[in-house]
Design a protein around this ligand. Structure first.
Ligand code: ADP
Ligand code: MG
Length: 600
């Protein structure tokens, strides 16, 4: 019950539509009632032509209506068929509106939910994405939201309409003959029990089916993504076998589901038949004893049979709602998780900076267990070019992540132009930092839109300038539609070197006082790297630049080099100074020298 209320709250936002839907459901239920009511005069007056049947339809709504209209015998011939048409039309049209409005509430609620989820994802900090697999987050916004929609749109409407219909039909049978109604109610659980058993089975098998389907989906995903690896290792047969096993298992699960599914309807009809037989025996004896007319009895039976569909709907709605609630709770998990990186309540906008960056005793750990950075302190003057060098996993990327406040230090602080970066708004901080990383993300859009990402109304001239500085202009002009060419999903239509240069152009166009290049030239061959070096040398001139590069030749021109080792600054100095020191840098240098010797 609590769950239903939670979902119901989603619909409450749209009170008007909800009220309309409720109103229409009441009308639909009313017309259902009148429809069953009509059966009595059809049988008694039209077929048996026995208006004098004692007490027929005495308490019915139509009886009352006919009395008011002062209808006489002959008029029934055309009045009843006319009423039948009107009633069926009314029932249909109100059912339609009730269900349409309920569905529209569902879709609107779900649109809002999806938007909220997306917004909350956008503002989560990086640690959140470290811990949540992409697929899981995607399914929150797609399949979970869909389930909520089915729950809200389909089942809440069903719940309301079906409950009102059952109420109307119950009313009808009790008014017609309360004793027979009581008797029927006592034996109906006989039909309800198998219905519940069946729906339980269906639910269980359905879930199993979904799991098997997910398995197929995963295999498909892996194989498509990894098609290169599959080919390289000639694993086609192996993958095929895995896939066949998986589809076979799904096939078996489907058969079991269909077995239960196909059996349920005939079986329920059979049980219904037994019930009908009992009611028939008792009912005919009541007609014989004059408690009811054949028409009353027909109305009664009709009402009982018409209850079947809404009852089935209710039991199905129950399942859908349970699922919707589970999905709803999962979406709330996303909505309620607070970003680790929050703006200070009094955060102000960081004014344009000169670019003095200072780390003061900064320590950091991703999971509060394993420290990754230990007591890092250094100061970078405006326009200084600083290089970070060290083995993979030393903590270089982590250091520069802290400057953009993707994470906050566990202890110590970072200042820019003397201002603690935790005191300023995230957007004012990040808009002054240009970042080119190893994981370049390009969006499925045109070249110029990708370079000008986040910068609206950027004139093409400026975009071209940035592209030229990043040595990208030439290859762009060779693309079919130059700056308007689409680069494909994730930039797949470009080579990795080209993607890299677009990313550099993007960072340059932003013209930030602080530029961070994290392995930005690693995907390039030595020749294009050399070209970019020249370009970068120009753009680095008047801004603070952090360069992380695997190739030590790249950082030759840096003003100062920090050698990072296991999360500590091990050595610092210029290229020559560090070589003379004969420490870690020297070792890295010699190692690379050997590598290059071996490579060429
Ligand atoms: P580098 O850039 O020098 O290669 P990183 O700064 O990327 O090194 O990584 C430093 C250490 O932090 C490594 O031990 C790495 O495993 C760990 N690390 C990096 N990113 C994460 C993360 N998102 N969550 C947990 N640990 C991480
Ligand atoms: Mg790194």
């Amino acid at each position: 019950m609590k769950e239903i209320f939670q979902l119901f709250k989603l619909t409450l936002v749209q009170k008007n539509r909800l009220a309309l839907s409720f109103l229409f459901s009441i009308f639909a239920a009313f017309f259902t009632y009148v429809f069953v009511d009509l059966v009595q005069p059809i049988i008694d007056q039209m077929i048996l032509k026995n208006a004098l049947q004692a007490g027929g339809g005495k308490l019915s709504f139509l009886h009352f209506l006919f009395k008011r209209l002062q209808t006489v015998e002959e008029q029934f011939i055309w009045l009843i068929p006319l009423l039948l048409v009107v009633v069926i039309f009314g029932k249909g049209i109100f059912t339609f509106f009730a269900s349409f409005f309920m569905k529209s509430i569902g879709h609107k609620a779900v649109k809002d939910l999806r938007d909220d989820l997306f917004e909350s994802l956008l503002y989560q900090s990086m640690d959140y994405f470290d811990h949540k697999p992409t697929g899981e987050l995607m399914s929150r916004l797609t399949s979970d939201v869909d389930k909520v929609q089915q729950g809200v749109a389909g089942s809440m409407g069903d719940l309301m309409l079906s409950a009102l219909m059952i109420l109307a039909l119950m009313g009808k049978i009790f008014i017609t003959d309360w004793q027979l109604a009581l008797f029927s109610l006592i034996i109906t659980p006989l039909a309800i029990v198998p219905l519940i058993l069946f729906s339980h089975q269906l639910k269980k098998r359905g879930l199993l089916n979904q799991k098997k389907m997910a398995n197929i989906y995963n295999l498909l995903h892996e194989t498509i993504k990894g098609n290169k690896i599959v080919k390289a290792f000639t694993m086609e047969k192996f993958e095929m076998k895995k896939f066949f096993q998986s589809t076979f298992s799904y096939f078996k699960a489907c058969l079991k589901l269909e077995w239960v599914g196909s059996a349920s309807s005939p079986f329920m009809e059979f049980v219904g038949g037994i019930l009908g037989a009992f009611i028939l025996i008792v009912g005919t004896s009541r007609i014989a004893r004059g408690y009811m007319t054949p028409g009353d009895f027909s109305s009664f039976i009709m009402a009982i049979f018409m209850m079947y569909t809404p009852i089935k709907r209710l039991s199905r709605a129950n399942n859908t709602i349970q699922q919707a609630v589970a999905s709803y709770e999962r979406t709330q998990e996303v909505l309620q998780s607070q970003p680790q990186i929050k703006e200070h309540p009094g955060a102000y906008s960081l004014p344009p900076v000169k670019g003095r960056v200072e780390f003061e005793n900064v320590s950091f750990s991703y999971d509060n267990m394993m420290p990754v950075l230990h007591d890092i302190s250094f100061e970078v003057k405006p326009t200084e070019r600083i290089a970070l060098v060290g083995l993979s996993g030393a903590g270089k990327t982590t250091i520069i992540n802290l400057i953009s406040r993707f994470y906050d230090p566990t202890s110590g602080r970072i200042t820019i132009d003397g201002v603690d970066i935790r005191e300023v708004s995230l957007s004012s901080l990040r808009s002054q930092i240009g970042l080119v990383t190893q994981e370049l993300i390009l969006f499925n859009d045109t070249v110029s839109k990708n370079i000008a990402y986040g910068l609206e109304d950027m004139p093409l001239e400026k975009i071209k300038e940035a592209a030229k500085a990043a040595e990208a202009h030439e290859f762009i002009m060779e693309l079919p539609r130059n700056y308007d060419s689409s680069i494909g999903e994730g930039g797949t239509l470009l080579s990795s070197g080209q993607r890299q240069r677009l990313a550099i152009a993007r960072a340059l166009l932003k013209n930030p006082p602080i530029l961070i290049l994290d392995e930005a030239t690693s995907a390039l061959d030595s020749e294009s790297e050399r070209l970019i070096q020249i370009a970068l040398a120009n753009v680095m001139k008047d801004r603070t630049t952090f360069i992380i590069a695997h190739r030590l030749s790249t950082i030759h021109s840096a003003d100062r080099i920090l050698v990072i080792d296991k999360g500590r600054i091990a050595e610092t100095g210029s290229h020559e100074e560090l070589l003379r020191m004969n420490g870690i840098f020297r070792k890295l240098y010699d190692l690379q020298f050997l590598e290059e010797e071996a490579g060429t």
